[in-house]
Design a protein around this ligand. Structure first.
Ligand code: PGA
Length: 216
């Protein structure tokens, strides 16, 4: 069973998200059975998506506050959205880079995710990024592959998996320029439990093709 995780990043108005999900749901949904589909959408469209997606499509946040709840102006906390999302990306390199999220902050984010039953999908750039305890999903995203069109060859991805020395129960996800043309390389490998898809997930047809070109 593979996980197909869309990361919409900072894109889409409510209208855009509505058009996206309506188009996605117009495709042959019977081909989505036995796939684990997660859409990590920006907060302002989560509620809309929640009303529209079938139960087998799960929602995720793209980050979560390192605080619990209360006087933290502007924050979206796990306690606020735990009834909307099942997952949250944590530690994406864009968060580490642009928002200076270090391992202490990322550890707090994981702590509150767990407290409110949101499963972290913990992103690492390489083996130097320490994975906190109790993480069940690790997404390896080499910086140079993100948004560049230069997806990392499968053998290099698998070499990094070895270096990360994850527990066998931990799901290993790859992300970085995955699209409908190179998906086979990853989807056909039993070593890879899922894909994290940014740019290509903004097009509902491409995301659908990525999910459905792979048959178990
Ligand atoms: P990309 O992004 O598919 O556009 O490379 C992946 C990610 O950053 O999660």
């Amino acid at each position: 069973m593979k996980y197909f995780i869309a990361n919409w990043k900072a894109n889409f108005t409510i209208g855009d998200a509505t058009r996206w999900i309506d188009e996605f749901l117009s495709f042959d949904l019977s081909l989505l059975q036995n796939k684990e589909i997660i859409i990590c959408a920006p907060y302002h469209v989560l509620s809309l998506l929640n009303q529209k997606v079938p139960s087998y499509v799960k929602l995720g946040a793209q980050t979560i506050s390192e605080y619990d709840s209360g006087a933290f102006t502007g924050e979206i906390t796990a306690s606020m959205i735990h009834d909307l999302v099942s997952y949250s990306l944590i530690g994406h390199s864009e968060r580490r880079n642009y928002f200076h999220e270090d391992e202490i902050i990322l550890g707090k984010k994981c702590e509150y995710s767990f407290k409110y039953n949101i499963e972290p999908i913990y992103c690492v750039r390489n083996e130097k990024d320490i994975v906190p305890e109790h993480i069940s999903f690790v997404a390896y995203e080499p910086i140079e592959a993100i948004g560049s069109g230069e997806n990392q060859p499968i053998q290099e991805v698998l070499n990094m998996k070895q270096k990360l020395a994850l527990m066998s129960s931990t799901k290993f996800i790859y992300g970085g320029s995955v699209n409908e043309n190179n998906i086979h390389e990853y989807a056909d490998s039993v070593e890879i439990d899922g894909l994290l898809i940014g740019g290509a997930s903004l097009n509902p047809l491409h995301f659908y093709q990525i999910i459905t070109t792979h048959t178990e």
